[in-house]
Design a protein around this ligand. Structure first.
Ligand code: ADP
Ligand code: X15
Length: 396
């Protein structure tokens, strides 16, 4: 059983809250604050109920351009909440413990990027994670631990799985809601249609296999790079540019995996036509007519595919979307994503997972979905039937 904030007596309690505010950055700071907004509910509730809140989070991966301090995140949280959120440039040192000890009831501090410490970017089993410097250093300053970081719940890292070994653990409101929706897919209305696009080919083929083998999917529609890989697996000639792109990304194993799935499951569909760039313009071609030599890869699904997929989406009881249907960042190739997502948003029950997928619906101004997940990898893992280490660690 997983305890939630309903089970927590907050008044005067020092709460360590793990959130996921890993966000795209711009030169001036945060380029998108959607993940910060998502945690406002949990943080506000804790503060309103008189907790003293030490917030833990990561940003980026070591070596990447977006691996940064959390100073800008603290400023934005301070603006979004009607409570003060301070920033502390330490995570588990004496300075961090002192800062947490100074908190008054109803005050919060965002501690520094957990991944500034090497152990936090490693995966441990929970018992071992509980012995890391981060967890050992902070536990004396905290009474309880709340995990609201659903988007990182597929990682078995110390700040996600170590604390509940040492402190009473609770799920925050984001975590609770995500699990309620995503872990209960099998109870949603049928026909259940998955639209899998985007560029995480291995993950998406894994989801397709899992939902087809478990009988969860009535139809799996493929698009985006995932669709291109499935087309190659079906024996289609996609043209040199698309094939080179797929091979350059190292997806040849995925072509074999997709081929096995296509042989076994008629419910798995591939695009009938694609859009490429020709003389700077969108050009749609039926897959069967694609020339062998192409200069640009397939960047979107074509109108024939949109029409056929839309018919299936219109009849769906539940639609699960992960990954855009094309390179939606370029208006020329946003057509498939815009049309298919708009149709999907009208289903009785519609679930969207993935960071870029959520960015696509914001950019294209499509709303009306039943649930937009904060997680990419985490939602894919749950949809594929895997358990999430950080959730298991909360389970008593
Ligand atoms: N046909 C395609 N070729 C190359 N990239 C594509 C194609 N279709 C979609 N994409 C890219 O996929 C990316 C998003 O995929 P992904 O990371 O899997 O989504 P999410 O973050 O929602 O899981 C976008 O940047 C988009 O440009
Ligand atoms: O952004 C995240 O995951 P996502 O890109 O799968 O949505 C999480 O913050 C996890 O980050 P990580 O994939 O660097 O461990």
């Amino acid at each position: 059983m997983i305890r939630t904030l309903d089970d927590l007596d907050c008044e005067g309690v020092a709460v360590g809250v793990r959130i996921d505010i890993n966000s795209p950055l711009s030169e001036t700071g945060l380029a998108d604050d959607a993940r910060l907004r998502a945690h406002v509910e949990t943080l506000s509730e804790l503060l309103e109920r008189g907790a003293r809140v030490a917030i833990l989070a990561h940003q980026g991966r070591p070596g990447d351009d977006d691996f940064s301090t959390l100073a800008a995140h603290a400023d934005r949280l301070d603006e979004l909440l009607s409570f003060s959120v301070d920033y502390c440039d330490a995570t588990f040192s004496a300075a961090a413990r002192e800062r947490v000890a100074e908190l008054e009831d109803g005050e919060a501090v965002l501690l520094e990027n957990t991944r500034f410490y090497a152990e936090e970017y490693m995966e441990f089993d929970p018992e071992r994670a509980a012995d890391t410097h981060l967890v050992e250093g902070l536990v004396p300053a905290l009474d309880v631990y709340v995990n609201d970081a659903f988007a990182a719940a597929h990682r078995s890292q110390p700040s996600l799985v170590g604390f509940p070994q040492r402190l009473p653990g609770y799920a925050g409101r984001v975590m609770e809601r995500e699990l309620d929706v995503l872990a209960a897919i099998e109870d949603t209305p049928q026909p259940r249609v998955y639209l899998l696009g985007g560029a995480k080919v291995g993950d998406s083929i894994g989801v397709a296999r899992s939902v087809l083998e478990r009988g969860l999917a009535d139809t799996v529609l493929t698009a985006g790079l995932v669709g291109n890989v499935c087309l190659l697996a079906s024996g289609a000639e996609l043209g040199t540019a698309s094939a080179e792109f797929v091979y350059d990304q190292g997806y040849w194993d995925e072509i074999d995996r997709a081929g096995e799935l296509l042989d076994a499951h008629d419910e798995l569909r591939v695009p009938m036509d694609v859009a490429i760039e020709r003389n700077g313009e969108r050009h749609e071609i039926p897959v069967a007519e694609l020339p062998q030599e192409t200069e640009t890869p397939a960047m979107d699904v074509g109108s024939e595919t949109v029409a056929a997929y839309s018919e299936i989406l219109e009849d769906a009881g539940t639609v699960i979307l992960n990954g855009p249907a094309g390179v939606f960042e370029e208006e020329t190739f946003a057509h498939g994503t815009r049309e298919l997502y708009s149709t999907a948003s009208e289903a009785d029950h519609s679930i969207v997972g993935g960071g870029d997928t959520a960015a696509a619906i914001r950019r294209l101004g499509i709303d009306g979905f039943s649930h937009v997940s904060t997680g990419g990898g985490a939602s894919l893992a749950l949809l594929a039937g895997d358990s999430l280490p950080a959730v298991e660690a909360l389970d008593e």
